[in-house]
Write a protein that binds this ligand. Structure first.
Ligand SMILES: [Zn+2]
Length: 63
């Protein structure tokens, strides 16, 4: 019995492209940095998070 259950660890806004990842130590969403640039999207966006694409209840190997 070693099935690993995972919460979503990444999410992307479908409206403005903001990208965030889950920081386990801070227990908070953090903005993804790409080459030092924060992928913050539009600060006034209401953010429509797409987490379904990255949410895997059970970790599987796919190689
Ligand atoms: Zn947004």
């Amino acid at each position: 019995m070693s099935a690993e259950v995972r919460a979503p660890t990444a999410r992307v806004c479908e409206r403005c492209g903001r990208e965030e990842y889950w920081d386990e130590s801070l227990e908070a969403w953090q903005i993804v940095r790409d080459d030092g640039d924060k992928q913050a999207g539009n600060p006034h966006c209401l953010h429509e998070w797409d987490i379904n694409g990255t949410f895997n209840p059970v970790v599987e190997r796919s190689d």
